[in-house]
Design a protein around this ligand. Structure first.
Ligand SMILES: *Cc1c(COP(=O)(O)O)cnc(C)c1O
Length: 381
């Protein structure tokens, strides 16, 4: 058969056809009013998705560049921080802080376990000198969504700020930055923003900006003050990824015309359909609070999880994601994020069933498709 590639991973995600085509347009110069007009429309669109009145800065980097920007612009050497860490991406906050000599008290959770706002309040009471609390909206390594609204309430009552990784969650699950009192919010282009990898986004609250003005960690390319100054001139300090900005304008047009509420509901339906399919196969989820961004599934005992993912990706070209680090071979992850539709879930489940029968897993053939189709039918508009 022709090898057709089905991208079903939690980043990068599929890109709509008209957005793909926009990358083929001739490059315009970035120091022109023509570019500035597009750029400012993108910034306005990002503010809508972030749920903020603050500036959103556009960085040419992957999402981790925005995470580093958050750290180096708000902190100073020797500062104390707390990181709520439930997986591979939560760990990244600690690694970045470590590279800059910032002290991190890591709250290591089992992958998929929750952490309550009451627990955070206790932790902050015991550590009153904390400058920053790091959290993750959607932990992509475990498929878990955390209580950012609750953390925002708790942190707002202290002198600390709340920095949130929204790289996979933002745009797919609610987290209005200003209402939920997130102080620094970061995201990346290749998840729910429906464009290729290469841009990262970051916004600071006024409370966070006070720390920006005091921060003494070394920085140059990611100096937030330079991005602020240049945004005032409707541009970026350094050459932006012009084509990606143009693509982001087209994708934001889609996002705005659907509206965030409808997109959250769309992701909810895809999440429900996936979870129903998985349940019909007698399998369990890893997360105690599974998000609608991706579904992390425990590999049943007796099945070789590495082989499962290898067959899905290699033979069927259904590019789901495997488990990372301690969960390699123990879970697999099906994304339902960004530009994905109901039949992408059917594709994923069908390839999963074909793979499972090859691995001699005992299940009723077609049961996951039937269960997912029920959810899709009930909700299709
Ligand atoms: C994808 C992802 C990242 C990493 O982003 P890069 O673009 O690979 O740097 C960080 N955090 C979360 C939650 C992610 O899903």
């Amino acid at each position: 058969m022709i090898k057709k590639y089905y991208l079903l991973s939690p980043g990068p995600t599929p890109v709509p056809e008209n957005v793909l085509a926009a990358a083929a347009e001739p490059i315009i110069h970035h120091r022109t009013s023509e570019f500035s007009e597009i750029f400012m429309e993108v910034v306005e669109g990002l503010k809508y998705v972030f749920g903020t009145k603050e500036d959103v800065f556009v960085l040419t980097s992957s999402g981790s560049g925005a995470m580093e920007t958050a750290v180096i612009n708000t902190l100073s050497a020797g500062d104390k921080t707390i990181s709520i860490c439930g997986g591979k991406f939560g760990e990244r906050w600690g690694k970045i802080c470590g590279a800059y000599g910032v002290d991190v008290k890591e709250i290591s959770l089992e992958w998929g376990e929750l952490y309550t706002k009451e627990q955070l309040a206790e932790e902050l009471k015991a550590n009153p000198e904390t400058k920053v609390v790091f959290a993750t909206l959607s932990e992509t390594s475990s498929g878990t969504v955390y209580d950012i609204q609750g953390y925002g309430e708790v942190v707002a009552q202290t002198d600390a700020i709340l920095i949130v990784d929204g790289i996979s969650g933002l745009g797919a699950t609610p987290c209005p930055m200003d209402d939920w009192k997130v102080d620094v919010f970061v995201s990346g282009s290749q998840k729910s923003f429906m464009i290729p990898p290469g841009l990262a986004y970051i916004a600071f609250s006024q409370k966070a900006w006070n720390l920006v003005e005091q921060s003494n960690l070394p920085k140059f390319y990611f100096n937030a003050q330079a991005y602020k100054k240049n945004l005032g001139k409707k541009t970026t300090p350094y050459t932006p990824a012009v084509s990606l900005v143009i693509q982001q304008k087209k994708a934001l047009d889609i996002i705005k015309s659907e509206g965030l509420e409808k997109l959250f509901e769309h992701h909810r339906i895809l999440g429900d359909a996936t979870r129903a399919g998985i349940k019909a196969l007698g399998m369990e989820l890893l997360s105690k609070n599974p998000g609608n961004i991706l579904t992390a599934v425990k590999v049943p005992t007796g099945i070789d999880g590495v082989q499962l993912v290898k067959t899905m990706q290699g033979k069927y070209m259904a590019y789901i994601a495997g488990g990372q680090d301690p969960y390699k071979g123990k879970i697999f992850r099906i994304a339902h994020l960004g530009y994905m539709g109901g039949f992408d879930i059917i594709t994923a489940l069908s390839a999963l069933e074909m793979t499972l029968s090859e691995l001699s897993y005992d299940f009723e053939s077609g049961s996951s498709l039937k269960a997912a189709e029920e959810i899709l039918k009930e909700n299709w508009e």
